[in-house]
Write a protein that binds this ligand. Structure first.
Ligand code: RIB
Length: 333
């Protein structure tokens, strides 16, 4: 049975365009419409209209697609989502994509074929092809932890710009000026937003951060450890670190102690997420708390609302983060 992707490829258009031609959900140029319809006829493509009617709450199962279920943030997010779904009489199928777009596409097809009623989707990165295919098949989807431009989908995320501001302002308020940043993967929009807003806040306070003090991690603890070792090997060492997630901050802690330094006496450290572990490191980690439970509750309720009213206007929901001061940062002036 030909897929919508094959139609799109043969017609030389996107999957989303094929969906708009099939569902008449957006104006498409007449010549493009004709070309798509021609290809659909040639391939014998039949839109999955029937599947959708079967999908209206028939399975009471939701899909959850995560890029890294081993990361505490996503593990705690999955736990909260499962709790919420169970409380609303839905079971959950968890798919871990290991941030691999190919695996993400495979799992999207698996969930589609299992006829889940809807999917909560955390994109692996900036590749949105599998998300667009799900939408093209009229599957109810809510995207979490990412705001996606130009794609008609509900999104629920925390305010990463505000979070980056809170982290930067906290360090500035403590009199810190020699500040380094350990950022997340380059293709992850939340990390980029945190870095952009923190750099802007530092700049407004007259603090410029040298390029060699802005290092990339991959959101895992080891990358924070290695990045911190690199920072400690430089002739001039930073006095404070903003790590764009708690796991990298925890990795950085070990590198700081192995270098014979103390937190916060020698180096202040602030993370992002407020995973459960952050309160139990030594010293307990100052961090920017994402409202994980609230994000989960709103993601589930938004998805169930989408299932019931597929044509309603897409929502873009942004929740505030919170500065959580513990003992890993200190005032120096
Ligand atoms: O710790 C994982 C990070 O990836 C979190 O900050 C979350 O926002 C996601 O972007």
């Amino acid at each position: 049975m030909p897929t919508i992707r094959e139609v799109a490829q043969k017609a030389g258009v996107s999957v989303t365009t094929v969906s708009h031609v099939v569902n008449q959900t957006r104006v498409v140029a007449e010549d493009t419409q004709q070309r798509v319809k021609q290809v659909m006829q040639e391939l014998g493509y039949r839109p999955n209209v029937l599947a959708r009617s079967l999908r209206r709450g028939e399975t009471h199962t939701l899909g959850l697609v995560l890029p890294d279920s081993a990361n505490s943030f996503f593990a705690e997010m999955a736990y909260a989502i499962e709790n919420c779904a169970f409380g609303r009489n839905y079971s959950l199928v968890l798919c871990n994509t290991s941030a691999d777009p190919q695996k993400e596409r495979l799992y999207s097809e698996v969930l589609f074929n299992k006829q889940v009623d809807g999917i909560i989707f955390v994109a692996a990165g900036d590749d949105t092809q599998s998300l667009q295919e799900l939408l093209a098949h009229n599957l109810p989807v809510v995207v979490v932890d990412r705001h996606l431009e130009n794609i008609p989908v509900d999104t629920v995320t925390s305010d990463n710009f505000q979070g980056g501001y809170l982290a930067a302002h906290h360090l500035i308020d403590l009199g810190q000026r020699d500040i380094a940043i350990i950022r997340g993967p380059s293709n992850i929009s939340p990390s980029a937003a945190r870095v952009t807003s923190s750099l802007q806040t530092f700049g407004e306070a007259g603090i410029s951060i040298p390029a060699e003090w802005i290092l990339y991690g991959d959101f895992h603890a080891k990358s924070g450890y290695l990045a911190m070792q690199q920072l400690l090997s430089l002739p001039k060492k930073p006095g404070a670190i903003f790590a764009c997630n708690d796991l990298m901050a925890i990795g950085a802690m070990r590198a700081i102690y192995e270098a014979g330094l103390r937190i916060p006496k020698d180096i202040s450290l602030i993370g992002f997420d407020n995973i459960e572990l952050a309160a139990y490191t030594y010293p307990p980690l100052t961090t920017i708390g994402q409202p994980i439970q609230q994000l989960a509750e709103i993601a589930v309720s938004t998805l169930l609302q989408r299932i019931q009213t597929p044509e309603s206007v897409c929502q873009r929901i942004t929740l505030p983060n919170e500065l959580i001061v513990r003992q890993s940062t200190r005032r120096i002036v």
